[in-house]
Design a protein around this ligand. Structure first.
Ligand SMILES: Cc1cc2nc3c(=O)[nH]c(=O)nc-3n(C[C@H](O)[C@H](O)[C@H](O)COP(=O)(O)O)c2cc1C
Ligand code: SF4
Ligand code: SF4
Length: 328
């Protein structure tokens, strides 16, 4: 920044200085000895001239900085981020990582309307973060089906898998993603399982994400940058094949219930439902993700936890010890 200042150390003299705070003085001193009126006139003239020069230099410096920033922006890598994230935990982690690696190009596939179109990323050398939650130790089936049938990747593109999980375990959520990516001829260059607070109880994964989680992502991002430069890829990730299957379930369908007396008809719940179960009033389509319940600020939506109580008790009894987020 360049500053200008008029100084009058003794009568009849005035000094006009231009200086730069980083580099010291640039231009110093005009002095004159005249009658009082003439001196004031000339002093004003000089001062405004000096001010203008300072302003011009500052503008040029700003333009230069702006151009440098623009060049830096365009040089940043585009990182495509495909996400399925009903309660936004996976999305936030994926977004953080994508923006650490370059400039995020978000491809959100959480809502039904967002899954109408295929996702075509068929240019060579694209870098893609895929983020999704772990449900029952797996990728959510709705997202794995979409990924399998509607995501098109160029052979050899570089994929980074990110699953978020509620501090129990991520089991086979990464390995399932790994296999789907390999089926498409793309490469997995890194994978991470990040802890969040469990959507069913705040006593499990309490306070996550925390600073250690973001530090894990920072370290992961440096590893990914090195792998991109050196062309390294993963040959497998943690998990089992065949993938985990849930215990045989009774066909009990349930979904959140609305208390009309409390409802303000704001529609926030419909706007976040990843399946359309809420608008169709179809408990069979409900994922039990609780996105709608969390979106309702009037407390009008509640989930009857009768069917989930067993899971909550298990989680609170066995999974309250904080786990570390990991990457490979
Ligand atoms: C239906 C369902 C199943 C879940 N299964 C697991 C699980 O197997 N292991 C785990 O640690 N967390 C599990 N969670 C917690 C989620 O993985 C966790 O809250 C995740 O961060 C949610 O992601 P999102 O915010 O991107 O939707 C489950 C949550 C739901 C709704
Ligand atoms: S209705 Fe079911 S699927 Fe839809 S947001 Fe609510 S809990 Fe999730
Ligand atoms: S978010 Fe709550 S208040 Fe708004 S429409 Fe849904 S139930 Fe009603």
């Amino acid at each position: 920044m360049v500053y200008s200042r008029e100084l009058r150390p003794i009568p009849f003299f005035s000094f006009h200085c231009l200086w730069n705070e980083e580099q010291g003085f640039l231009l110093v001193l005009f002095s004159f000895l005249l009658c009082k009126e003439r001196r004031a006139e000339l002093s004003d003239l000089l001062h405004s001239g000096v001010e203008r020069v300072a302003q011009q230099i500052n503008n040029e410096v700003k333009d230069g900085n702006h151009m440098a920033e623009t060049e830096e922006e365009t040089q940043k890598l585009k990182i495509y981020h495909i996400t399925f994230s009903p309660t936004r935990g996976s999305y936030h982690y994926g977004s953080y990582l994508a923006n650490k690696l370059g400039t995020e190009v978000l491809i959100d596939k959480t809502l039904p309307a967002e899954r109408i179109d295929d996702c075509v990323l068929d240019q060579e050398n694209q870098i893609i973060v895929v983020s999704y939650p772990c449900y029952g130790g797996r990728m959510p089936s709705l997202f794995s089906a979409y990924f399998k049938n509607h995501v098109h990747l160029a052979k050899g593109s570089s994929v980074i898998l990110l699953t978020s999980y509620g501090n129990r375990h991520f089991d086979d959520a990464l390995v399932e993603g790994f296999d789907l990516v390999k089926e498409k001829g793309a490469e997995v260059i890194g994978a991470t399982a990040m802890v969040t607070e469990h959507v069913y109880t705040n006593k499990v994964g309490t306070g996550r994400p925390n600073t250690s989680d973001y530090a894990v992502l920072d370290a992961f991002s440096s590893v990914i940058q090195r792998r991109l430069q050196q062309g390294e890829k993963l040959t497998d990730v943690e998990g089992n094949r065949p993938y985990k299957t849930g215990a045989a379930k009774k066909a009990v369908y349930f979904m959140p219930e609305r208390n009309e007396a409390l409802c303000s008809h704001c529609n926030a719940c419909y706007a976040v439902c990843p399946t359309g179960a809420l608008s169709a009033n179809d408990p069979q389509a409900c994922l039990h993700c609780l996105a709608c319940v969390k979106a309702c600020k009037s407390g009008a939506l509640t989930m009857d936890m009768t069917y989930l109580q067993g899971a909550v008790t298990f989680l609170e009894t066995h999974c309250s010890k904080q786990r570390e987020s990991i990457y490979c």
